[in-house]
Ligand binder design. Structure first.
Ligand code: FE2
Ligand code: FE2
Length: 243
């Protein structure tokens, strides 16, 4: 479909330096020296479109990231959460918060994913949506019997039953519980399940109109406006850039 010349840095091997966050603490050693030693006229560090990834449109919109970047599990999880909220008759705000709540896990960073996700979308959504996304992360750890939300059984498996929650998550959950938008975020946690094996596949296009009304897509495309988060979207477009 695309010949070599359609890609940047044509005719050379484009080396991918793993980001420190991907290897630090894993036992792998810092790969920088080894890669830097390979640099010559035939070996450069990747900048721009990576042929191993689908090409993004020049002006990407939200669903392009779902289709072309986010991993399958994240996409399925987000679409199912949002569809279940929609089927239960919740407002578009709730549906949007469910649709977006874990986007940071799609192809960005996992640690503090609720906080990163909220920041990614804050310039484009109602503040209540971003707030609910941020606080779903701490609220996930706290049961609320009044709405039938229990501590997730899979968290015991993920982290061990003796996992102790860090103070910042306790503090933020306490803050969220006393906030007028608490129930928006709580609903995100209630639709935040991975039991979707028996759930029919959800077509992302069913959310096109809701996104149109609730996500202020920048005219220049996500990643290319002047918002304070544009660089974060660019990192998802070009996750392998050297700098
Ligand atoms: Fe989450
Ligand atoms: Fe989730």
């Amino acid at each position: 479909m695309c010949d070599d010349h359609a890609w940047p840095q044509a005719g050379r091997e484009r080396m991918i330096m793993p980001s420190p966050i991907a290897w630090i603490g894993t036992g792998a050693s810092n790969p920088e020296d080894e890669y830097l030693a390979r640099m010559d006229e035939k070996h450069v560090f990747m900048m721009g479109d990576n042929p191993a990834l689908p090409k993004m449109p020049d002006r990407p919109v939200l669903l392009d990231f779902f289709r072309l970047r986010f991993n399958d599990i994240a996409v399925r999880h987000l679409l199912t959460s949002a569809k279940r909220a929609l089927d239960d008759g919740h407002s578009e705000k709730i549906v949007m918060a469910c649709l977006l709540h874990d986007i940071s896990n799609g192809c960005f960073v996992r640690p503090d994913h609720g906080y990163w996700g909220a920041q990614l979308v804050a310039p484009y959504v109602d503040p209540e949506v971003a707030w609910a996304m941020q606080y779903h992360q701490p609220l996930r750890y706290f049961a609320d019997e009044s709405v039938g939300y229990e501590y997730p059984a899979n968290y015991d498996k993920f982290f061990g039953a003796d996992f102790e929650l860090p103070a910042y998550l306790r503090r933020d959950a306490e803050y969220a519980r006393n906030h007028p938008w608490y129930m928006t975020s709580r609903l995100v946690t209630m639709y935040d399940t991975y039991f979707f094996d028996d759930y029919p596949e959800v077509d992302p296009e069913i959310f096109t109109d809701i996104i149109g009304r609730n996500f202020r897509q920048p005219e220049e495309g996500l990643g290319f406006d002047t918002s304070p988060v544009a660089h974060m979207w660019r990192t998802m477009i070009w996750p392998n850039n050297f700098l």
